[in-house]
Design a protein around this ligand. Structure first.
Ligand SMILES: [Zn+2]
Ligand SMILES: [Zn+2]
Length: 393
C-alpha cells in the first residue's frame, strides 16, 4: 500500500480551512442548500469532475474512475441547523438563525479534499462516487437521494460516512460493528374533550391532567416494558395547552421523540404508547389520538466494511488512537437509510474537548479545523483500502 497522504493534505491545509470557514459563513437548512450545492459543485469542477446535481433536490454526486475495480461511495452531509450562532468567531454564520452547528461544513471540506487528491493523483483502481447529501438533520435527505435513484444511477457495492465527534480525543477514531447510532421516531398526541371553568372542573374534563398522566405513564415503558438488556429512550419534549389562569382547555397537544436500536423494541414502544393513550382516554372520558412517525432507522455498520474503515483509521492515526469497543450513541443519523441498502461503515473522528459548550447542536459549537487533514487522509485510506480488497463476497 502506498503511504498515507497526510503530507499532501498538510500542504493544502490553509485551503481546507478557508473552504470550511467559507461554508461556515453560509449555513443553509434542509433542502435549501443551494449556495452550498453551488460551492461544492464549483470546487469539484475546478478539480476536473463533472458533478451531477439534483438528487434529493440539492444533492451533488461526482464520480471518478481509474482502471478496473469495484465501485464505492463516500458520503458527506451538507445542511445546517436552525440555531443562532454564539461563538463570536470572525467567520461566524452570516445567516441569522442558521448555523453549521453539527460540523457538516467540515465534513464537506474533508470529502472535497479527498476528491481533489484522487483527481490529481489517480492513485487508485476502481470507481469512486463522492456523495454530497442534503437534509441530514431530521429531514431524511439520504432517503430522498435513494428515492431519486442514487444506487441505480451510481452503482456501488458499499459506502462510508464520517462524523466529527466532540468529546472523543482530537484525531482519534471510533467505529464499531453493529449499531453505531440509534433509531429515531417522533410522536404527536392530541388530547381533546369538553373543557371547563377552572373553579368548576366537575362540569367538564381536564385535558392537562390527562397529559400529565400520559407523560408519567410513558416513563413506565422503558422502566417496565422494555427488556432491561435492551436500550431505549422515551422523551416528551412539548406540552401545549391553555391560555388563561382560570380555564381548563379543551385541547392539549404533546410531542416528543423515542430512540432505540431494534425493530422489536420500536414496535413495543409504539404499541405501548397507543395502549397508554387509549387507557387514559377511557378513564378520563376524552379523546386521545397518537400519531407515531418512524423517522430514522438505527445506523448499523457491517463487519467487513467496518474492518476496512478501522484499518484505514489505524493507517492514518495509529493503533492507539482507534477504538472499536464503545457504547453506541442514542443520537441518530440518516446515513442509516444508505446502510439499509448497501453495506458500509459510519465512523466518528474525535474533535477533542467539549469545553466552552463545544457540543454538537449547541450555539457555542466550533468545528475543530485541526482534524481536517486527518479526516481527509482517512477518506483516501478508506477508499484505497476498500478498492484494494476488491469485490465483497
Ligand atoms: Zn446534527
Ligand atoms: Zn451531523
Amino acid at each position: 500500500m502506498s503511504t498515507v497522504p497526510i503530507d499532501y493534505f498538510r500542504s493544502i491545509e490553509e485551503d481546507l480551512k478557508s473552504w470550511r470557514q467559507t461554508l461556515h459563513q453560509h449555513p443553509e437548512l434542509a433542502y435549501e442548500e443551494h449556495w452550498t450545492s453551488d460551492f461544492v459543485a464549483d470546487k469539484l469542477k475546478s478539480f476536473g469532475y463533472e458533478p451531477v446535481r439534483g438528487l434529493g433536490g440539492t444533492g451533488v454526486v461526482a464520480t471518478l474512475s481509474n482502471g478496473e475495480g469495484p465501485a464505492i461511495g463516500l458520503r458527506a452531509d451538507m445542511d445546517a441547523l436552525p440555531i443562532t450562532e454564539q461563538t463570536n468567531l470572525p467567520y461566524a454564520s452570516k445567516e441569522p438563525g442558521k448555523m453549521h452547528a453539527c460540523g457538516h461544513d467540515g465534513h464537506m471540506t474533508m470529502l472535497l479534499a479527498a476528491a481533489r487528491y484522487f483527481a490529481e493523483t489517480r492513485n487508485f483502481n476502481g470507481t469512486l462516487h463522492f456523495v454530497f447529501q442534503p437534509a441530514e438533520e431530521g429531514e431524511a435527505g439520504a432517503d430522498k437521494m435513494i428515492a431519486d435513484g442514487l444506487f441505480e444511477k451510481f452503482p456501488m457495492q458499499e459506502l462510508y460516512g464520517l462524523h466529527n465527534w466532540p468529546g472523543l480525543t482530537e484525531g482519534h477514531f471510533a467505529g464499531r460493528v453493529g449499531p453505531q447510532m440509534a433509531a429515531f421516531d417522533v410522536f404527536e398526541i392530541t388530547i381533546s374533550g369538553q373543557g371547563a371553568h377552572a373553579a368548576m372542573p366537575h362540569l367538564g374534563k381536564d385535558m392537562l391532567l390527562a397529559a400529565s398522566h400520559i407523560q408519567t405513564m410513558f416513563q413506565s415503558i422503558v422502566a417496565r416494558t422494555i427488556d432491561p438488556q435492551d436500550t431505549a429512550v422515551v422523551s416528551v419534549t412539548q406540552i401545549h395547552g391553555g391560555d388563561a389562569w382560570n380555564v381548563l382547555p379543551s385541547e392539549v397537544v404533546m410531542r416528543g421523540c423515542t430512540r432505540h436500536f431494534t425493530p422489536q423494541v420500536q414496535d413495543l414502544i409504539e404499541a405501548r404508547m397507543g395502549e397508554i393513550c387509549q387507557g387514559v382516554a377511557k378513564s378520563f372520558g376524552i379523546e386521545v389520538t397518537l400519531d407515531y412517525m418512524r423517522r430514522y432507522p438505527s445506523t448499523v455498520n457491517t463487519g467487513r466494511e467496518t474492518g476496512i474503515a478501522l484499518d484505514a483509521a489505524r493507517a492514518v492515526a495509529g493503533e492507539q488512537k482507534v477504538s472499536d469497543t464503545f457504547a453506541p450513541s442514542m443520537a441518530s443519523e440518516d446515513f442509516a437509510f444508505m446502510l439499509q441498502k448497501r453495506p458500509g461503515c459510519y465512523m466518528w473522528l474525535g474533535a477533542g474537548s467539549t469545553e466552552g459548550g463545544c457540543l454538537l447542536h449547541s450555539p457555542t459549537y466550533r468545528f475543530n479545523d485541526e482534524i481536517l487533514t486527518t479526516g481527509a487522509a482517512w477518506w483516501v485510506e478508506v477508499a484505497r483500502e476498500a478498492l484494494s480488497r476488491g469485490k465483497a463476497a
